[in-house]
Design a protein around this ligand. Sequence first.
Ligand SMILES: CC(=O)SCCNC(=O)CCNC(=O)[C@H](O)C(C)(C)COP(=O)(O)OP(=O)(O)OC[C@H]1O[C@@H](n2cnc3c(N)ncnc32)[C@H](O)[C@@H]1OP(=O)(O)O
Length: 453
Amino acid sequence: MSSDFRAFPADPATAARLGRLGLDYRVLSPDDHEALTAWSQAEHRGFHHPRPTPETLEREGALLQDRRVQGVYDPGLGDAIPVATVASWPTGLSVPGGRSVDGWAVAAVTVAPTHRRRGIARAMMQAELANAVTAGAAVAVLTATEATLYGRYGYAPAARAATLEIDRRRVEWAGAEAPGRVRFVTDAAGFRRTAGQIVRRQVARTPGEIDRWPALVDRVLGLEDPAGEPARATRVARYDDERGQAHGFVSYRIARDGMGAGVLEFDFLAAASDEAEAALWRFLLEQDFVSTVRARLRSIDEPLRWLLADQRAITTTIGDHLWLRILDPVAALEARRYEGPGSLVLELDDPLGHAAGRYALEVSARGVAEVQRLDGGADASSTTRAATAPTRRSKPAHGLRLGVDALAAMYLGDARASLLARAGRVEETGPGSLAVADRLFATNRAPRLSIWF
Ligand SMILES: CC(=O)SCCNC(=O)CCNC(=O)[C@H](O)C(C)(C)COP(=O)(O)OP(=O)(O)OC[C@H]1O[C@@H](n2cnc3c(N)ncnc32)[C@H](O)[C@@H]1OP(=O)(O)O
């Protein structure tokens, strides 16, 4: 991936398109603190958040140093605050097989209500795909405020998230006794390093997670603004194995309405082992004077119901969360592991052009893929490989015809090809191809992204 992702210029096609609307599209310099502050104010306004405090602006300014920050300006307003914002950065995305693919994260997409529906967001989103390609990313990723925004650019939901609501009074633990113990973290700053290691171990064992930025651990540990109300309401507990090694932690809060029992909420439980995850769940579920436990951004195949005697204690709501866009099918498909052996030809449709073409996927018995572009596209490396590859690879018996968004939905194992076929989103080009695709792309762990970004 390109390390100077903040240095390349604003996408010329987008700059020209917005220029025709009388607007100025710019990349902000990391040293231009005034412009970054104005950009943050626009972003807060765009997401309907309160005006940021000087402390918030300072924190966000530090985070933006690691991002490519772009704004759209309306010179007619004579205003330093942009009318549209977007920020992006290179990130690893964990994929099946415990590996990672080069990705491009896109966030903070806002357009001022005074400038909506003129095509500004579309122009910025197309530019981000171009930026991702320039940076050498195989995929682009984002989390969305609304599910109707990003399909038009080739993104699809690739890892869903579950909100679990558990009726505490019905909880009876049916799982094994954990050999280690749960204890409170009383020195959050001292726990920072260990927490970061646990998070990295969780990311590595879960497809769909993106690389974290250091400030994220500080936020969940309540270190960002320790005197602030959210941090004071936060408690952190860790799970240590029999040898005293930490393998998981949870950051949670309990809200009480008057004199009634509390509602325990959490959206950050990081565990590097199933044992740690189960033990932390038990700790959360067995708290007295709590009526409900609410967990957000959990996996859609959480083992929790098999740890409780009464599965009806849990109410589950599932929604889209991680949105993925494949830009380089060769690099993306070769990055993950499969349930091999097998082969497939993928005929990819991509209205925006980036990934359109025919690709042969050949998976070895060990689940390692080699991908060739069959139609002589612009990808020089894959064309070269196609020229030198053994001929037996050019005639796989099975194939699919699908959109680039359907491949994104299948990529991490979230949607099976046969399910997408039932919705008319995938078509098999030869009998038995859907079954082959279902087997190859199957994963033993549902993809999950445990944060918003
Ligand atoms: C990755 C992230 O950051 S997610 C955050 C997204 N941002 C927000 O939710 C903040 C509040 N909303 C906004 O700032 C704006 O309304 C945005 C960014 C969603 C849209 O900005 P606009 O400049 O109005 O969008 P633009 O005019 O470029 O529209 C692009 C396309 O999206 C469609 N669209 C725009 N907003 C919506 C919406 N809320 N729901 C459905 N479709 C929409 C348009 O109809 C248009 O479709 P088409 O080009 O296929 O015909």
